[in-house]
Design a protein around this ligand. Structure first.
Ligand SMILES: [Zn+2]
Ligand SMILES: [Zn+2]
Length: 249
């Protein structure tokens, strides 16, 4: 019995991670995909866990926010599942939500979902087949320091392939985030170095580019609250070029 339980928990975790990788691979550079995101609820004021958070990569446009919930259940989704998810969407200020499940849904659930919620049927095997795995790699950030026996270690999901226009040439940079410690990861193609940055950090890579993370305020915040996102920036003598961000609210 115990091994069955362990196996199903492992399947559930794989399912969730594959959903994150699936959206990282299938979304454009204009959005940032964060797996296992944490947002402070707008209404509840408490941290909410979101399987996959899709947000505009640049600018303060909240209307692009989508939250994705991987519902790895042995049964069909019910009206209650939809309503709980709708409450979560409200608290997370997401106008659109996507539920991914392997076993379908009731008629009532489908009707209750209306236009704001999309439900997709995807089995674990289908997700495995439709994800290349190329976008997933072991975290080399804070997770390295987690004691080996304790809790799970993170995986980096590379969701940003940037072609940066420098004065005379194009620099290729990949960026991603860990799904446990949420450290930004950068892969600089000019020097080949891969490295992680925590939330207020800086790093100079082998080719002497400077990479910075900084917590910044969102300017169009109606509540006037601050400290909303961690930004990943490439710092040059002339400008700070934003590459990605991790939303906190
Ligand atoms: Zn990590
Ligand atoms: Zn470099």
């Amino acid at each position: 019995l115990r091994s069955n339980e362990q196996e199903s928990e492992a399947d559930w975790q794989i399912y969730e991670r594959l959903v994150g990788a699936f959206y990282a691979e299938n979304s454009g550079i204009e959005v940032s995909v964060t797996s296992n995101a944490r947002l402070e609820g707008q209404i509840s004021g408490i941290p909410r866990q979101i399987d996959v958070l899709i947000d505009a990569r640049w600018g303060d446009n909240l209307s692009r926010r989508i939250i994705v919930d991987a519902k790895y259940r042995g049964r069909k989704l019910t009206v209650n599942d939809i309503e709980r998810f709708e409450g979560m969407m409200k608290d997370c200020r997401a106008e659109h939500g996507i539920l991914i499940c392997p076993n379908g849904w009731s008629q009532g659930a489908k009707r209750r979902a209306q236009d704001a919620i999309t439900i997709h049927l995807l089995s674990l095997a289908e997700l495995e087949a439709r994800t290349s795995w190329a976008s997933i790699e072991k975290c080399i950030g804070e997770c390295v320091h987690i004691p080996r026996k304790r809790s799970r270690k993170g995986l980096v999901i590379w969701d940003g392939n940037h072609a940066i226009n420098e004065e005379e040439r194009i620099a290729i940079v990949f960026s991603g985030k860990c799904d446990v410690c949420h450290n930004f990861h950068v892969w600089c193609w000019d020097c080949g170095e891969k490295f992680a940055l925590s939330h207020e950090d800086e790093h100079q890579c082998y080719c002497e580019r400077n990479w910075v993370t900084a917590i910044e305020e969102e300017t169009q915040d109606p509540t006037g609250e601050t400290l909303n996102a961690v930004h990943l920036l490439l710092s040059t003598p002339h400008l700070m070029l934003p590459l990605d961000r991790l939303q906190l609210r």
